[in-house]
Design a protein around this ligand. Structure first.
Ligand SMILES: Nc1nc2c(ncn2[C@@H]2O[C@H](COP(=O)(O)OP(=O)(O)O)[C@@H](O)[C@H]2O)c(=O)[nH]1
Ligand SMILES: [Mg+2]
Ligand SMILES: [Zn+2]
Length: 307
């Protein structure tokens, strides 16, 4: 049988078969992924081959992944943990209300998506708490910056039912990875478009605690609009993989028009002479905010020489 892994708890996997059955499964023997430093061989979203053995599904094989997204198993570890596989798009839920999402967080998320060639969309939630406040202008500014960089942005309120049709349309027919800090309203948004799921919505203070102290597992939920979402409760950051400093600019779409015109091929756009990217920042063609977040990532130890 063929199926999709919809939940993984380490040693057990929940698999939705092509026939629509939900089976508890185990891994047959040891399935090794060649060259993998990953702590988990099978992740949510994986397509697998399985057969039944006394009522238990045995996963025989993993079909080739279209893509996947990982984080470091622990902060210092070289091992990685695959968060999800075969993702059509990543949707970052952010908010300028509480708990306010920093652009640094948004940009790290977007860079990770670019590095894995996963299209990303930004949803700014809790619009009801932002409208009519000074944050409203900030929201418009950010939206302009991200749309100019090529990212679709949506403004929603889960509690006041603002733009929920657009949110639902965004997810239609696709497998979407949902990201964002605890408390921004991921569960509330999904419940608002799919009340049958009844995901747990938590007081923001509680959601914060949960994010800090417990490890939960990614899980895939199917929507009646033929989409599916992968919720990632408790996963705070989608870690960057190792890449070389000169590569980072490839993951900022608005820099792609410029970095080929720098004087040096390996320009990191920090303070090299003849840097076309810096020129574009000075001319206002690239947002200063995005450039500063680029520098933070460049200098913050996020990139490491591969050699
Ligand atoms: N005012 C307002 N509160 C919201 C909105 N969306 C979610 N919340 C509240 O934010 C808190 C966290 O929501 P939850 O869905 O659990 O966040 P998650 O951790 O991202 O899944 C709950 O108290 C929700 O009621 C919104 O659009 N407006
Ligand atoms: Mg949640
Ligand atoms: Zn440059």
């Amino acid at each position: 049988m063929e199926g999709t892994v919809i939940k993984s708890t380490g040693s057990w996997y929940k698999v939705l078969t092509e026939e629509g059955q939900r089976l508890d499964c185990r891994l047959r023997g040891r399935i090794k992924l060649s060259g993998s430093k990953s702590t988990n061989p099978v992740a949510v979203g994986d397509r697998v081959w399985l057969h039944l053995e006394e009522g238990v599904g045995m996963i025989e094989d993993i079909l080739e992944r279209k893509n996947y997204i990982i984080r470091k198993a622990t902060k210092l570890s070289r091992q990685t943990h695959i968060i999800a596989a075969n993702i059509d798009q990543a949707v970052i839920i952010a908010t300028l209300a509480y708990p306010r999402t920093s652009t640094g967080f948004i940009d790290r998320f977007l860079v990770t998506c670019e590095a894995y060639s996963i299209p990303a969309v930004i949803v700014f939630n809790k619009l009801d708490l932002v409208s009519g406040t000074p944050s409203s202008e900030k929201l418009d500014q950010l939206t302009k910056v991200y749309e100019k960089a090529g990212y679709h942005c949506l403004h929603t309120s889960a509690t006041e039912a603002v733009n929920l049709d657009q949110f639902s349309n965004l997810l239609r027919g696709k497998i979407s990875l949902l990201g964002g800090h605890s408390g921004v309203g991921k569960s509330a948004l999904i419940n608002a478009i799919e009340p049958g799921l009844d995901l747990k919505v938590q007081a923001v203070s509680k959601a914060h605690k949960k994010g800090r102290h417990t490890t939960t597992f990614a899980e895939m939920f199917h929507l009646s609009n033929t989409g599916a979402i992968i919720d990632t409760p408790g996963i705070k950051e989608f870690g960057l993989v190792d890449f070389e400093a000169w590569e980072l600019c490839h993951y900022f779409p608005e820099m792609r028009n410029f970095f080929n015109q720098c004087r040096f091929d390996n320009c990191t756009h920090l303070n090299e002479p003849g840097c076309r990217v810096k020129e574009a920042v000075n001319e206002g063609e690239i947002s200063i905010m995005r450039y500063e977040n680029y520098l933070n990532m460049l200098l913050g130890g996020e990139t490491r020489k591969k050699s």
